[in-house]
Design a protein around this ligand. Sequence first.
Ligand SMILES: [Zn+2]
Length: 280
Amino acid sequence: MSVELPEAMILAEQLNNTIVGKKIKACEMKDYEKLQKLTFFNKDIKEFDRLLDCSVKSIHQRGNVIRIQMNKKMNLVLGPDYGASILYHTSEETLPKKHHLKIQFTDKSYLTIRQTGMGLIYSAADNEVDSLYVVKRDFSDTPSPIGEQEFTVEKFKEMLSAKNQNIKASLVGKTAIVVGLSNAAFQEIIFKARIHPKRNTSSFSESDIHNVYDAMKDILNARICSGGKDNWTNLYGEAGRHTPVMGSNMKDKDCPECGAKIEMIAHGGGQVFFCPHCQK
Ligand SMILES: [Zn+2]
């Protein structure tokens, strides 16, 4: 259910097509205490009042972070990381019962946001945005695995060998050399590249590096073209159509390539499903 780079890109584009130019009439915050404790929600709830009467100017996305930039030097920053329901409504009829933040625009349309897993919802002035953890992480020098020409396979190789760590640490989390990926994309990428989840990148051959690089681009682009993962819904509440080639959906199943039984290991803070025969 995590929101990774492809889903964040889809959301950003849909937000761009939907809410730019709209003016905020009201904000309602609910059930935010848990997020607040983790500093994933403004500690001072009144800080959301600064969004009132602001108009949406533009949408910026990098990794899995979305910055909704307003006039009056204000922003709404979303880091849906471990799962969020971010929905647009043309009337109050489709409003969900639960939300962490509900924004009403002056034209009576709405944006509702609910974190279903850990992640950030933050009202921030222009001079506060850069200090947010998710902004530092994703609006950074770390390359995006898709959409940036300068991120070549040579660059990828150079960055992999500078760290020489296991492949999961290279693609996911604090030590990652790319932004926007989590455990779900990781499982798909290494299955497609035929790499064992625990491999250290120091043992990678030239073709292993190319395979991971190509698989990363293929998987992420395929997911965008299919409207996101099939267990995720977009801004309009429509489900994505991308069924992962590897992941928890393959539990107790046989490998589609070789027929071997899919195995699972706990690795890098998550369950990783893989084919013991295909992935070496
Ligand atoms: Zn296999």
